[in-house]
Design a protein around this ligand. Structure first.
Ligand SMILES: *[C@@H]1O[C@H](CO)[C@@H](O)[C@H](O)[C@H]1NC(C)=O
Ligand SMILES: *[C@@H]1O[C@H](CO)[C@@H](O)[C@H](O)[C@H]1NC(C)=O
Ligand SMILES: *[C@@H]1O[C@H](CO)[C@@H](O)[C@H](O)[C@H]1NC(C)=O
Ligand SMILES: *[C@@H]1O[C@H](CO)[C@@H](O)[C@H](O)[C@H]1NC(C)=O
Length: 328
């Protein structure tokens, strides 16, 4: 029993750490499937998970759909490093640009809705109060009928050599079109630390919006974490809006959430294996699958407020112990 408790407590460390990296992979996948890469960014390799929290709304899933009223005031931006070697103690630039609808040619530039230089990170939260607000946060306001716009929030490292181009040297600019990538390049910003995006639509689209495939995070995380072969695929799951949006309590959304935790739970079992290789055959069979479904059901409950954060951890640990012993 002692050995098992030890395995459980040690294994929870990679369990938690793995979740950040699974979430980062999920955002990368969302950027690709929603064509933020390559419409806006040539590539996206974040070193931290960037999360938004809007007052009255709460934490945001990548691509989540909002009305403009829901996202009218600046969100709290939180960054979680991918691992312990990522240190976030410098100066940063935070920006939000309108990448328009999926598949838009942004050669003419994009509307800037937020651009603050000299932001810092304190207790994982991006602080803009001591920065220079070239453009203070100006909430999304897509034209009626213009379709679901992608508002992309990006956090760049701002090196000491940073020098804003003349047109963007002074605070107080309103929303206007700019070549955002040219700004990043000319001012010497980078690397890109993290990013995410939200979707805002006004009225009924009178333009046609290209369909995108849903993100099935299990295909990414399982592949990199356990190398097991899953046949889950994004094909045939056509949707014009990204998954993981406002209602994940039922149907496909729920499955996505359950699967997205697979890597985290797999890492629990890999850690257990590390301590006791003799359990290998048992660990990688149906038992681990049932456990990950249970763990993710718990996680969903927590997300939806069914159980509190305080109740969640003991339940999860208990689940691990029970299922670890339980019959296959
Ligand atoms: C930590 O994360 C960064 C950014 O994703 C990555 O480049 C680096 O290889 C990682 N380091 C370790 C030790 O995993
Ligand atoms: C940030 O952290 C690194 C590594 O701990 C350290 O070398 C560096 O001096 C720190 N920079 C600042 C601005 O505090
Ligand atoms: C979410 O799904 C539940 C269960 O099907 C449904 O009752 C509820 O109305 C949905 N909520 C939203 C915001 O769509
Ligand atoms: C590993 O598992 C075997 C079989 O269940 C058990 O006999 C052994 O004590 C375990 N070793 C450790 C270090 O937990």
């Amino acid at each position: 029993m002692f050995a098992l408790s030890f395995v459980v407590s040690v294994a929870l460390v990679p369990f938690v750490a793995a979740q950040a990296s699974v979430d980062i992979q999920a955002i990368e996948a969302h950027f690709t499937q929603s064509h933020v890469v390559p419409d806006l960014l040539a590539s996206f390799n974040p070193s931290a998970l960037l999360s938004l929290n809007f007052a009255g709304v709460g934490n945001v899933q990548p691509g989540q759909k909002f009305t403009k009223d829901q996202v009218g005031t600046a969100p709290t931006v939180t960054v979680t490093p991918a691992n312990s070697s990522v240190v976030l103690n410098g100066t940063y630039t935070i920006a939000m640009v309108d990448a328009d609808i999926v598949g838009t040619d942004l050669a003419d530039g994009e509307n800037r809705h937020w651009l603050v230089n000299g932001a810092t990170i304190s207790n994982s939260v991006v602080t803009t109060t001591s920065g220079t607000a070239i453009t203070a946060y100006a909430g999304p306001g897509p034209a009626a009928g213009s379709g679901p716009h992608r508002y992309v929030v990006l956090l760049y490292a701002q090196p000491s050599t940073f020098a804003a181009p003349a047109a963007f040297a002074n605070p107080g600019l309103g929303v206007s079109k700019m070549d955002f990538n040219a700004y990043v390049k000319d001012s010497g910003l980078g690397p890109l630390v993290g990013g995410t995006y939200i979707t805002v639509e006004e009225g009924t689209a009178t333009v046609s919006v290209p369909a995108t495939s849903a993100v099935v995070t299990s295909t990414l995380s399982v592949a990199s974490s356990t190398k097991s072969d899953t046949s889950a695929s994004s094909s045939g799951s056509q949707s014009s809006t990204p998954t993981g949006t406002s209602n994940n309590t039922n149907g496909a959304g729920s499955i996505h959430y359950q699967l997205s935790g697979l890597a985290a739970v797999s890492s629990f079992f890999l850690a257990a294996l590390f301590f006791n290789r003799t359990k290998k055959s048992k660990v990688l069979t149906g038992e681990s699958l049932r456990m990950h479904v249970y763990a993710n059901t718990l996680r969903q409950e927590k997300q939806q407020g069914g159980i509190t954060k305080k109740q969640f951890r003991p339940l999860l640990v208990n689940a691990h112990v029970t299922k670890f012993h339980g019959p296959a």
